[in-house]
Design a protein. Structure first.
Length: 390
């Protein structure tokens, strides 16, 4: 599409047709949507799909949840944005502190990428140091994109990647940098669950050298538990970053944590014009009410476990096509033996009315029923059988 106005087809890279369906995708496959409701979306041709992409994990209650939509609509009617901080900002900060006790202080932003970058800036100010270790995906900004074109060499020099679930290597890398290390930023879940020893090593070693431990909970907060991995695994970071499901798809993220560390936010410049627009703040307040009232995390675990167990069964029965199953119940995916098979399965499911990622992660929501999962597993089996018989 050489005349396409948007370079790369779309501004969200993970929503490109190539990302969802692979290179050389069939033009009849869904590439743009016009509507979403519950766990379903409709493409530009009006075709309906059961969805497990769930806006890349940003939607945990289901698309267009009534209570969240009402709160957002009321905020729009009240003006949406203005010259003064809205009351919803402090109200949401207080609610988060009640639900996540380690969120003693919080700053709001619009995206996960800028919220993690803010956490790193705060850590650098708090410690007076520059070097950072990272584990996982933390967004597209320069500080963590050492291999991307356009990133200055000086920025690359103060960042290094930390292996996931390797306590010995973590201890070695943290101690080597010691008084140069500002922060260790980790996604607590990367394809698999973290080892207790790894998390405890990160906690102990950062305290030992005076560095800030940051949990990037953009995917895991409000899924594994309200407080994400920190709550599930009972290891408290100095700072945590939350987003995605926080406002059920409305653009909002936050960095929060220890009051003494967060105080550094006032000694540097972290600000965004629309960080305090009221629509996303109101949506987040409504989202948190639904989470508590309807036991959302329990539902995600129950329905996600049904999907995960079914995928393990399929992997056992189709070992020639499926290498393994990755993730946890609330966010999981299949490892295929090759890219061709992953494309075949993604395309086959789409043609059967199911959007299912061929890489990390697929997400269940409050809107997914057990019958949806069963139908998905049956379609997966059918596609795998056809692929293996081809």
């Amino acid at each position: 599409m050489s005349d396409w106005r948007i370079p790369g087809f779309t501004s969200t890279g993970s929503k490109r047709p190539e990302a969802l369906f692979g290179e050389g995708y069939d033009a009849s496959l869904p590439t743009q949507m016009v509507r979403a409701a519950g766990a379903r979306v409709w493409d530009a041709a009006g075709r309906e799909y059961l969805d497990y992409v769930m806006a890349l994990g940003a939607v945990a209650l289901g698309y267009g949840h009534a209570a969240v939509s009402r709160a957002a609509t009321d905020a729009v009617a009240a003006g949406g944005v203005g010259p003064l901080p809205p009351v919803e900002e402090e109200r949401l900060a207080e609610v988060l502190a009640q639900r996540l006790p380690w969120f003693e202080r919080v700053r709001f932003l619009k995206t996960g990428a800028e919220a993690v970058a803010a956490a790193v800036r705060i850590a650098r100010v708090a410690t007076g140091r520059e070097e950072v270790l990272g584990c996982g995906y933390h967004g597209w900004l320069d500080w963590c994109q050492g291999r991307a074109e356009g990133v200055p060499s000086g920025t690359r020099a103060v960042f290094a990647e930390l292996p996931f679930n390797d306590p010995e290597r973590a201890r070695e890398m943290i101690r080597y940098r010691a008084d140069r290390l500002a922060a260790v930023v980790v996604e607590p879940v990367v394809v698999s669950e973290p080892r207790r020893e790894w998390l405890e090593t990160l906690r102990d070693e950062t305290q030992r050298v005076g560095a800030v431990l940051v949990f990037d909970e953009i995917k895991t907060a409000f899924r594994l538990a309200l407080g994400g991995a920190a709550e599930r695994y009972r290891v408290r970071p100095d700072l945590a970053v939350i987003g995605k499901a926080l406002a059920n798809g409305f653009p909002l993220a936050a960095v929060g944590g220890r009051a003494d560390v967060m105080a550094a936010a006032s000694r540097t410049w972290i600000s965004s014009t629309l960080a305090t627009e009221t629509v996303a703040l109101a949506a987040a307040l409504a989202t948190l009410e639904v989470f508590e009232r309807e036991g959302v995390c329990d539902h995600l675990h129950r329905v996600g476990t049904r999907l995960l167990h079914g995928m393990h069964r399929l992997q056992h029965e189709h070992a020639h096509a499926l290498a393994s199953v990755g993730g946890v119940a609330e966010m999981c995916f299949l490892h295929f033996v090759n890219d061709d098979l992953s494309r075949t399965v993604a395309v086959g499911l789409a043609k059967r009315g199911i959007l299912f990622k061929r890489t990390a992660y697929n997400f269940v929501s409050l809107a997914h029923a057990e019958a949806d999962v069963d139908a998905t597993l049956a379609a997966l089996e059918e596609v795998l059988q056809q692929a293996e018989g081809a």
